[in-house]
Design a protein around this ligand. Structure first.
Ligand code: PNS
Length: 167
C-alpha cells in the first residue's frame, strides 16, 4: 500500500490544492493531507476551520484523509511510516524554496522522497494569499475555491472586519 503525505498551510484550501489532491489520489493508494499547526505565518482560519474545510472539500475521495501536524514534517512522516511528500509546483518562482525544502527534508531523513506535481496552468497563478487579498477587498473568484469554502471565507473576513481585527 503506497501512502503519500500532502503537507501545507491550506489557509484556505483552493482549487489549486484540490487539483493536486485529486491527481495524487489517482497515483497513490492513500493520501494524507497534513495541515501545519505551528506555522510562522499568522493564519486567517484556525487549524480546526482549515481541517473542516478540507474535509468537506475532499469527502468525495475515499482514500484521502485530513490530519494535522506540528514540528518537523519528516518527524510526522516517520510516525505515519510514510516516506513520500507531495508538493505542487506552480511556477519557477516556487522552485527555489521547494528545491531547498526537498533537499533539507532528505538531509534530515534520507529515505524521504518529494514528488512534485506541476499545477494545471489554469491554477498556476493561484495561491491562498492572493485569494484572501481579493476577498478582503470585496473581489470575488468563486471558481478558484471549492464549494463551501467561499461562504466560510466571506463570513470570516466580514467578522474580522467587524471586530476590526488585523489580518
Ligand atoms: O502551504 P505551505 O505554507 O507552502 O506549506 C509549507 C510546509 C507546511 C510544507 C512547510 O512549511 C513545512 O513542512 N513546515 C514544517 C517544518 C518543516 O519540517 N520544515 C521543513 C524543513 S526545511
Amino acid at each position: 500500500m503506497k501512502t503519500a503525505v500532502y503537507p501545507g498551510s491550506f489557509d484556505p484550501v483552493t482549487m489549486g490544492h484540490m487539483n493536486i489532491i485529486e491527481r495524487s489520489a489517482g497515483l497513490f493508494d492513500e493520501v494524507i493531507i497534513a495541515v501545519l499547526r505551528n506555522s510562522s505565518k499568522i493564519p486567517l482560519f484556525t487549524i480546526e476551520e482549515r481541517v473542516k474545510l478540507l474535509k468537506i472539500a475532499t469527502k468525495k475521495f475515499p482514500t484521502v484523509r485530513v490530519e494535522t501536524f506540528s514540528g518537523l514534517l519528516v518527524n510526522y512522516l516517520e510516525t505515519k511510516k510514510v516516506n513520500i511528500i507531495i508538493r505542487g509546483l506552480r511556477a519557477v518562482s516556487d522552485f527555489e524554496n521547494e528545491y531547498s525544502m526537498a533537499l533539507m527534508n532528505k538531509k534530515l531523513k534520507h529515505n524521504i522522497e518529494t514528488v512534485f506535481m506541476i499545477t494545471e496552468d489554469k491554477y498556476a497563478f493561484l495561491s491562498s494569499s492572493k485569494i484572501k487579498e481579493i476577498y478582503r477587498h470585496g473581489g470575488r473568484a468563486k471558481d478558484l475555491l471549492p464549494e463551501n469554502t467561499e461562504q466560510f471565507l466571506i463570513k470570516k473576513i466580514e467578522s474580522k472586519l467587524e471586530s476590526r481585527e488585523k489580518f
